[in-house]
Design a protein around this ligand. Sequence first.
Ligand SMILES: C[S@@+](CC[C@H](N)C(=O)[O-])C[C@H]1O[C@@H](n2cnc3c(N)ncnc32)[C@H](O)[C@@H]1O
Length: 326
Amino acid sequence: MQPLSWSEIVEKTRDFQESRLLLTGIELDVFTAVGNGALAGQVAGRIGAEVRSATMLLDALVAIGALIKRNDVYFNTADTARFLVAGSPDYQRPGLMHRVNLWRTWSTLTEAVRAGTAVEIPGVERRDDQSWTTNFISAMHSIATRAAIEMLRVCDAGGVSRMLDVGGGSGAVSIAFARANPELRAEVLDQPAVVDLARRYIAAAELEGRVTAKVGDLTHDEFGEGYDLVVLSAICHMLSPAENRDLFRRSYRALNDGGRVLIREFIVGPDRTAPKLAALFALNMLVGTRAGSTYTEQEYREWLLEAGFRQVDRPVADGDFLTGRR
Ligand SMILES: C[S@@+](CC[C@H](N)C(=O)[O-])C[C@H]1O[C@@H](n2cnc3c(N)ncnc32)[C@H](O)[C@@H]1O
């Protein structure tokens, strides 16, 4: 990694302004309010804001290239029209609302570094906050739907009769595997509020017959037995090393002989400073969980072998996946 120059360091201390500007635009749904073109007063009325402040916000969005202004009328760009205007088939605002929520937890980074752990109740545990959960699962659904394409390449769904999707969220991975193999039945295990959402995603995919969702606690429950595949997609980073070792032992017990565990994760390099996103994600877990982090390939290998898995593979060098075979 090239060292940052002094001017780059100074520039980065200001980057939060543009990030916050976009997040507020998304939070207030400004892009939908602009629609096919609108004056500042019209946007202000639609988002419930003062004309003065709405004008300042809109002008700044034009300044960073997220809107266009012609003769006092504001317009979406091709990309904001596609991704941020409600009704577009590629609408991404619900998932990005999770980033709006992350802003709040990242604001506690200084305190979390001092305290050694999250200083707010982690969002995933705040059962009172259904909108947090809905946004979070929407964000996870988009990411996991894309990731599942790659997961199917590294872990063939053929020959899998029963799979367990631990902390399966929306069920995106189960849905992809069920589509890839018409004989496959998948169970999504998650928290009560998420199971309700998963059932909606599964119904939308018309897979209720083969993909089911059930309530369970991935930190303590025994998972039963008879599975050919246990999926841990974006789960291990929420947990401490000891919790992961325990999770791997319970996953092992749930599998048939020859069955596999499939892990999707940010896997950080041996000195934990690269890839950059994995190093940053460790902080995302510091501010957002009690004991989560990102872990190295070596740590995963040790924990999986210790749990009893006889063969551990990283199918794509430097990729996000690990498999363990019982
Ligand atoms: C980062 S999301 C990953 C979701 C999904 N596997 C994916 O790849 O999109 C973590 C999931 O674990 C679930 N989860 C967190 N703690 C849990 C617990 N104690 N028991 C069951 N599920 C839990 C969350 O509700 C969430 O759906």
